[in-house]
Design a binder for this molecule. Sequence first.
Ligand code: UDP
Length: 252
Amino acid sequence: MKNRLDILNIWVDPVNREQAVRLVEKFLAQEARPHSIFASNPEKNFTVPKDLDLYKTFKEADLLLPDGIGMVLAARILHKAGLTRVPGSEFIFDLCRLAEIKGYKIFLYGAKEEVSRAAADKLQKQYPDLVIAGRENGYLKEPEMPDLIGRINESGAEILFIALGSPMQEKWYAVHKNELTHVRVCQAIGGTLDTIAGNVKRAPELWCKFSLEWLYRLLSEPKRIKRQKVLPVFAIMILVRKLKAMLSLEKK
Ligand code: UDP
């Protein structure tokens, strides 16, 4: 995207939910290659630059969603940009609705077998005309990949949801994107199938309203503290970057 915003070591696209859906409609209208949609969030600021291939894949993504309040605030502080959150875990519903209306087929890849099955059932109930052309759990071995890719291609799905968790899902996309002959849009959705299946509870609406999903998730899955402890570091880095920018402006 042209007006992509730098947020420390990564980027985010200044799109709201509606604009993001419109962009995906454009991707779907182009047959050329798969387009990648990744969620941009503070954690990725620390994981993505550690791996050069991952960094390149992330940088070349077709759409980097402002996944949570961390990126929205950072974009406001650093760029005075008025972003709204477009959580990847909610955007999957926009894409399923779009697929249902426009007749695109979806394929779900990732999560445990029972989670994948339950999530597919829930999505089918929610979107009765949606065509789920196939699904596969995320615990296949490397030698099984050619068969999986073959099934994804033969399914005729235009939209592939990759639910392997980050950064495994972005790396999978980087390795296999050129083998996907029919898919036009891939969204990496992390643990979203677990929430759809009901295995992991989504934050109640009130928590979402106050942008506190991260806190709800932390309280309900305390082992996530390891990953979320980067949040205060991220906040400090943003403030330092802002201060530096202000000071260099004063000097000029
Ligand atoms: N997962 C998978 N294959 C693996 C490892 C993980 O399919 O080899 C799935 C796992 O079952 C879960 C998701 O990837 O559904 C990871 O969820 P998490 O919430 O940790 O990911 P995040 O959203 O934080 O990236």
